[in-house]
Design a protein around this ligand. Structure first.
Ligand SMILES: Nc1nc2c(ncn2[C@@H]2O[C@H](COP(=O)(O)OP(=O)(O)OP(=O)(O)O)[C@@H](O)[C@H]2O)c(=O)[nH]1
Length: 414
C-alpha cells in the first residue's frame, strides 16, 4: 500500500517534467533518505581537497605578493582551516539536509571573505590580478560541492556582493580591470550555476527512474512469491496441495533414509461425504472440508506436512515418527473431527461428520520406493472403511526389507 502511493507519487514527478528541483514532500523525503549518506561523504571529500588547494595558494601568495604573506598564512591556515574542518567533520557525522547545504555554503562564503581580505591588504603591482582567481571559489561551491541549486544561487550572490565591495573599493586597480574582473566573476557564477542546475536535474531524474524500477521489482518479487505459494497451496482449505506433497515427500524420504529415521504417513478420508454433499449441497460441503482441514492442522505438529490430497481425502506426513507416536496422532485427528459435531443428516438424523484414517510407518531404505509407504497407508485406510468407518487402522509390523505390505492391523473405534 505504501509502495502504491510512492509509485504514484514517483510517476507524477516524472510526468511533471525534470525542470523542477524539488519533489513532493513524500518523494523528497525519500530522496534525501536514500542519497544523503553518499552526498555528505562526497561533499566532505570535495571539501578536504578544496581546503588543501586553498592552502596551496600560499605558494602563490609568497611569490606574487610577499608583503601580505603573513596575513595570508594566518587567514588561510589560522582561520579558514579551523572554520572549515569542524564543519566537514560535522557534515560527515550527519546533519539535516538544510544544515548540510548551509554549512557547506558557509565555507564558500568565508573562503571568499578571506581571499578578499588578503587581496585588499596587498599593495604590490598587479596584486589585483588575484581577483580573476576568485571564480575558482564559485566553481568549488557550484560544481565541486554541487550545492543544491537554491543554496548555490544564494551563496554565489553573497560571494559576488562581497567581491564587488572589495574590488570597487580597491584603489590600485584600474577601472577597466575592475569592469573586466566583475564581468568575469558574474559570468563564471552564471556558467557554474547553469552546470549546477543541470547536475541536480539529472541526479533527481535518474533517482526517480531508479526508484520506480526498484518499486516495480519489489512488486514482481512479491507477485512471484505469491504465485509460488499459490502453486503449492490448496485454495479451498489453505493446506498444502498434492504438488507440494510430491515435492516434499521424496525429500523427507531421503532424509529419513540417510538418518535412519522412521517416516509416518496418515491418510484421512471423510466418511459418507457424498451423502453430506447430496443433502446439504456443494457449498456447504466446501465449508465442511474447511472445518475438517482446520481441525487436522490444529492437531498436527509444525514439522508435519498436512495436505489436501484431493477431493475429501487428506494426508499427514509425519517426520521422525515412531509407530507408537503415529497411532495416537492419527487417533487425535479422528477424535477431533468427530468432536466438531458437524451434523450429517445425509446418513441419519443422529450422524455427525467422521473420518476414517489409515496409518503406515516404516524405516525407508534404498531398496524401497516412497510409493510403498503411500500404498500401505492407502490399504490401511481401505481397511478402516471396510471395518465400519470412523476408525484408525494401522498397517504395522511391516518387513520393509522384503517389501511385504501385509496389514497386521489394529482398529481403534470411536
Ligand atoms: N463440496 C465438495 N465436495 C467434494 C469436493 N471434492 C470431492 N467432493 C465430493 O466428495 C464426495 C466423495 O464421495 P465418495 O468418493 O463416494 O465417498 P464417500 O461418500 O465419502 O464415501 P466413503 O468414502 O466410502 O465413506 C463426492 O460427492 C464428491 O463430489 C470438493 O471440493 N467440495
Amino acid at each position: 500500500m505504501i509502495n502504491d502511493t510512492l509509485l504514484t507519487a514517483v510517476e507524477d514527478e516524472l510526468r511533471r517534467g525534470p525542470w523542477r528541483l524539488r519533489f513532493a514532500d513524500e518523494v523528497e523525503a525519500r530522496f534525501e533518505e536514500d542519497t544523503q549518506h553518499q552526498r555528505s561523504r562526497s561533499m566532505v571529500v570535495a571539501g578536504l581537497i578544496s581546503a588543501i588547494i586553498y592552502c596551496l595558494f600560499l605558494i602563490n601568495d609568497h611569490s606574487f605578493r610577499p608583503d601580505t604573506f603573513t596575513t595570508a598564512l594566518t587567514l588561510r591556515v589560522g582561520v579558514m582551516l579551523p572554520f572549515g574542518l569542524p564543519i566537514l567533520w560535522w557534515v560527515y557525522r550527519g546533519v539535516s539536509p538544510a544544515q548540510r547545504e548551509t554549512l557547506m555554503a558557509s565555507t564558500v562564503i568565508v573562503a571568499t571573505v578571506i581571499s578578499c581580505l588578503i587581496f585588499a591588504e596587498s599593495t604590490v603591482p598587479y596584486s589585483y590580478l588575484d581577483v580573476f582567481s576568485f571564480g575558482l571559489i564559485l566553481l568549488v561551491g557550484n560544481i565541486v560541492y554541487s550545492l543544491r541549486f537554491n543554496y548555490a544561487c544564494v551563496s554565489s550572490a553573497i560571494c559576488i556582493f562581497i567581491i564587488l565591495l572589495f574590488v570597487l573599493s580597491y584603489d590600485p586597480m584600474p577601472p577597466e580591470a575592475k569592469r573586466l574582473a566583475i564581468f568575469t566573476i558574474i559570468a563564471q557564477a552564471l556558467f557554474t550555476l547553469v552546470a549546477n542546475y543541470r547536475f541536480e536535474q539529472s541526479e533527481r531524474t535518474s533517482y526517480l527512474h531508479v526508484l520506480k524500477e526498484k518499486i516495480r521489482a519489489g512488486y514482481y518479487l512479491k507477485d512471484n512469491q505469491e504465485l509460488s505459494r499459490m502453486s503449492v497451496t490448496d485454495p479451498l482449505t489453505n493446506l498444502a496441495n498434492r504438488r507440494q506433497f510430491d515435492t516434499v515427500f521424496p525429500v523427507r524420504w531421503q532424509e529419513a533414509t540417510d538418518k535412519g529415521l522412521c517416516l509416518g504417513l496418515v491418510v484421512i478420508d471423510i466418511d459418507h461425504f457424498k451423502a453430506y454433499n447430496d443433502y446439504y449441497g456443494h457449498p456447504q460441503g466446501d465449508e465442511c472440508l474447511r472445518q475438517v482441514a482446520t481441525a487436522m492442522q490444529a492437531n498436527s505438529r509444525d514439522a508435519d506436512l498436512v495436505v489436501r490430497f484431493g477431493g475429501e481425502e487428506f494426508v499427514v506426513l509425519i517426520a521422525n515418527a515412531s509407530p507408537e507416536a503415529a497411532k495416537p496422532a492419527a487417533e487425535r485427528i479422528r477424535h477431533n473431527v468427530e468432536a466438531l459435531e458437524i451434523p450429517n443428516h445425509g446418513v441419519s438424523a443422529q450422524s455427525v461428520v467422521t473420518v476414517s484414517v489409515g496409518v503406515a510407518v516404516l524405516y525407508p531404505k534404498v531398496s524401497l520406493a516412497p510409493a510403498e509407504l503411500l500404498s500401505q497407508a492407502d490399504e490401511a485406510l481401505y481397511e478402516a472403511k471396510r471395518q465400519g468407518r470412523n476408525r484408525v487402522w494401522v498397517a504395522s509390523a511391516i518387513d520393509s526389507s522384503s517389501g511385504d505390505s501385509a496389514i497386521d492391523g489394529l482398529s481403534v473405534s470411536a
